[in-house]
Design a protein around this ligand. Structure first.
Ligand SMILES: C[S@@+](CC[C@H](N)C(=O)[O-])C[C@H]1O[C@@H](n2cnc3c(N)ncnc32)[C@H](O)[C@@H]1O
Length: 234
């Protein structure tokens, strides 16, 4: 495992996943992913930072949208990544299971004047399958106790066009985290995509440290698992 030592400071998901703070109860008793995540979003008027995720900015900043300027953001939450991608010139499809999150994301997009470049859709990735043929597919911290991350990573890969880019970023499991089974190492991510990425070039597969400041004002170092891969042209 390579530790790149890239240090970033926060981002859309800059709190390092406060969705799972006290996570031993997160998801318990939820009847559906929609209910779980709507309830989670309703707990606060804003959950994430409003800034794009740092690994997305690092990895996608160099990929100027080409002839296929379509991007898919899976589990878009409050929309900061989708807005940033639209500002970079992508036509973005942004998907989340939570109507509450999507309402906020749409409002933020309207404020940022790129609303016409983003299509927000409420979909449950447990069953929904996106169109194929996206120039960029981004999955950022798509962790949920009701979603199999291995299956959603494969779904993300399946939506990428030949020549397009897959970017999967998730929390690296540190310590005895109660949500351990929803996090993954680079090795686990590679194993989950074994066979799926046969006709791909893996550009990045590593861990990266990230400095964040929590709501309590305390600074912490988090570790991300980062995969960027390019689907070979036919
Ligand atoms: C930890 S948050 C990350 C949000 C955003 N990508 C970010 O980085 O800030 C996980 C997101 O995935 C969404 N999600 C969870 N399960 C889902 C599912 N089955 N289908 C679609 N979205 C889902 C949640 O509503 C939530 O917005």
């Amino acid at each position: 495992m390579e530790h790149s030592g890239t240090h970033t400071s926060g981002g859309q998901h800059g709190d390092g996943g406060n969705h799972d703070g006290g996570a031993h109860t997160f998801g318990a008793g939820a009847e559906s992913a929609e209910q779980l995540w709507d309830d989670r979003y309703r707990e606060q008027s804003r959950i994430w930072s409003g800034r794009p995720n740092p690994q997305l900015v690092v990895e996608a900043a160099g990929s100027v949208p080409g002839h296929n300027a379509t991007a898919l953001d899976l589990g878009c939450g409050e929309g900061a990544d989708a807005i940033w991608l639209a500002q970079q010139g992508w036509a973005v499809t942004a998907v989340d299971v939570s109507a509450v999150a999507l309402e906020r994301a749409s409002a933020h997009a309207a404020e940022s004047a790129v609303a016409e470049r983003i299509s927000f859709q409420r979909q449950d990735l447990a069953t929904w399958r996106p169109d194929t043929g996206y120039g960029l597919v981004s999955s950022q911290y798509l962790h949920s106790p009701l979603l199999d991350w291995r299956a959603s990573a494969a779904t993300a890969a399946g939506a990428v066009a030949p020549g397009g880019t897959l970017l999967v970023v998730g929390h690296y499991p540190q310590g005895q985290h109660p949500a351990r089974e929803t996090f993954y190492t680079p090795e686990e991510l590679a194993a989950a995509l074994d066979g799926v990425l046969d006709a791909w070039t893996v550009n990045v597969l590593e861990t990266r440290e990230r400095f964040v400041t929590g709501a309590d004002g305390e600074s912490r170092t988090l570790v991300d698992t980062v995969l960027r891969a390019t689907r070979n042209k036919r």
